[in-house]
Write a protein of this length. Structure first.
Length: 313
């Protein structure tokens, strides 16, 4: 049995048919902004990967919600797909090693894959007082970041905390928390969100394996395929205000989810994300679909600039 057949056999054992898997590949292909003709090739990246990039996954000051959102999808097999295409060399949440062995694994992996690994970082980094407000295993996050990240081929910041500082960097920020990019003075690829949609991470990685390069980014490091349009642009509740009047653009029949939430504080017009197209929990629902306004969670400093959340801006 070849590699591809073994993969489909494994999926079948989990109750996932080839058709289910192809549907997921088509969904991912669309999320990446590619034509549907690429779907079989995207499926191949999972079923018969030619390379599995080594990944070192670091946690700084955060709630681990980004990892949770990536590995606890509603279909258990999708998280495994992430691990089919990546070779995770270090990840504090899921690794079996603990204590000194875990620390050794980290620095062995950095040495072994120097210049070749992708670093995925979650969480902001404290820089005030030499970073003493954020530590793991006796080392500050600043020290860990400085010793690991410059050796990476590329760094992907997963979640708004790593990408832009998140809640840790909200005023008054006595610990001096910063994004990974600001703390180290480097460029990072950012997949913000609180938490981010895992399909945007998978799409970025597949893009890298597929085309041999990271996707095109906007001027604050976000992949354009996922963050190129505002939430408002594709919102099913879309409407606008004209001369102080509420105007439903789609008319009552097509505004399927009911009225626009702008007057309840929705930040969709100022927020760039594909949430309306992708949804969370494998498209089950999303903020505005559930009747709560967008809070702008993918934008820099959203805790300071987008609050109060439930007030029209
Ligand atoms: S609910 Fe928000 S994103 Fe949707 S149309 Fe209204 S303002 Fe725009
Ligand atoms: S709809 Fe807005 S608040 Fe909700 S996840 Fe998307 S960007 Fe964040």
């Amino acid at each position: 049995m070849d590699q591809e057949e073994r993969f489909y056999e494994k999926m079948r054992e989990k109750g996932v048919s080839r058709r289910d898997f192809m549907r997921y590949s088509a969904y991912l292909t669309a999320a990446m902004g590619l034509s549907s003709s690429f779907a079989p090739k995207v499926a191949e990246v999972f079923a018969a990967p030619k390379q599995r990039p080594p990944v070192i996954w670091l946690h700084f000051a955060e709630c681990t919600g980004c990892t949770e959102s990536a590995i606890k999808t509603s279909y258990p097999w999708i998280d495994e797909l992430i691990f089919e295409v990546l070779s995770i060399e270090y990840h504090e949440t899921i690794m079996a090693a603990a204590g000194h062995q875990a620390e050794k694994n980290l620095f062995d992996a950095v040495e072994k894959y120097e210049g070749k690994f992708i670093c995925i970082a979650e969480g902001a980094i404290a820089v005030e007082h030499n970073g003493v407000y954020g530590k793991t295993a006796g080392k500050t996050h600043l020290e860990i970041a400085k010793s690991v990240i410059p050796n990476a081929l590329a760094t992907i910041c997963l979640g708004t905390c790593a990408a832009y500082g998140g809640i840790q960097a909200a005023k008054p920020n006595p610990g001096g928390f910063k994004s990974v990019s600001e703390a180290l003075g480097i460029k990072t690829l950012n997949i913000p969100g609180c938490p981010p949609d895992p399909v945007n991470l998978v799409g970025t990685i597949i893009n890298y394996i597929f085309f041999g390069r990271l996707p095109d980014l906007d001027d604050i490091g976000r992949p354009l395929f996922a963050y190129g349009e505002t939430v408002h642009d594709k919102c099913p509740r879309r409407s606008h205000y004209e001369d102080g009047e509420f105007v439903e653009e789609f008319g009552s029949e097509e505004a399927k989810l009911g009225y626009c939430l702008y007057k309840l504080g929705c930040k969709g017009p100022d927020t760039y994300s594909n949430c309306p197209l992708r949804g969370f929990n494998d498209t089950t629902n999303w903020c505005i679909g559930a009747g709560t306004p967008c809070k702008g969670c993918v934008e820099p400093n959203f805790w300071d600039t987008m609050t109060p959340f439930y007030k029209e801006s």
